[in-house]
Design a binder for this molecule. Structure first.
Ligand code: NI
Length: 254
């Protein structure tokens, strides 16, 4: 059974068929999901999903693109959400210099602030890093708190060694299956098995052979298959290891 450690099943693209998509996951071999907040609204929706479905857990946090209008009151709201049993992490938080949905300094301010929130609450955190590797690592090191995962990893194999050296986890999504993803495949090879997790980031980043379509948590299998191939182990073994890693990281006892 697989653990999709990063999904956005609250996304509007599931409004027509969310119930049936989620109902089909166990038969598709997916026994655990963490639904991730990306703004204040989706953080609330994430908590609601975790209350409705026994195998869905929630993370709450604000994606760098959405940090423009954040306030301290929002941080209090996020902290309050974490009092719920099945809210297991802060995220997704980080820096995105590709989209630039907010100015760099604004993104940095709220990345630091939400890292501090995770640290204060002793919760793991989920990092979104797009074209911002150096600044992301600098801010994480400055925080001194390394209980995090680099989600949808897009850095180099060299950076893997630095991130793992800090004690952090690394998670891969659909792009590792893309034919032109030599760098990401090399990075996957470099991640020690005990630091590895898998995810879909659905509805985004659908893996091959469904690239370009709406993604959902059942397709975490294609990500796991590709990494098992890269690592030279069976899908069953990869699934078991990444599920145990995810449960340990998010402190989930199933
Ligand atoms: Ni995401």
């Amino acid at each position: 059974m697989l653990f999709d450690t990063h999904a956005h099943l609250d996304d509007a693209r599931f409004d027509e068929d969310r119930e049936s998509v989620i109902a089909g996951l166990k038969d598709a071999g997916v026994s655990l999901v963490v639904n991730i907040g990306a703004d204040m609204e989706s953080s609330a929706a994430s908590v609601a999903l975790s209350k409705k479905y026994d195998f869905i857990y929630a993370a709450v946090g604000v994606h760098p693109d959405e940090t423009g209008a954040l306030t301290e009151a929002d941080m209090e709201t996020l902290a309050a959400y974490t009092k719920e049993d099945k809210v297991v992490a802060i995220g997704e938080i980080g820096l995105d210099y590709h989209n630039m949905g907010a100015e760099k300094e604004v993104q940095k301010t709220w990345f630091r602030r939400q890292l501090l929130l995770a640290k204060e609450l002793s919760l793991p955190y989920i990092v979104h890093d797009r074209d911002a590797h150096a600044d992301v690592l600098e801010i994480i090191k400055e925080s001194g708190y390394y209980n995090g995962v680099m989600h949808c990893y897009s850095g180099s194999a060299e950076m893997v060694r630095e991130v793992v050296g800090l004690g952090m986890m690394i998670s891969f999504a659909g792009p590792v299956t893309f034919k032109n993803a030599a760098k990401t495949k090399d990075a996957a090879l470099a991640v020690p098995l005990d630091h590895l997790m898998v995810e879909t980031d659905c509805p985004y980043l659908s893996p091959e052979p469904h690239r370009g379509k709406r993604n959902d948590s059942s397709r975490v299998r294609f990500v796991a298959e590709e990494i098992a191939r890269i690592k030279g182990i069976s899908l069953e073994e990869l699934a078991k290891i990444t599920k145990e890693n995810g449960k340990r990281f998010f402190r989930i006892s199933e």
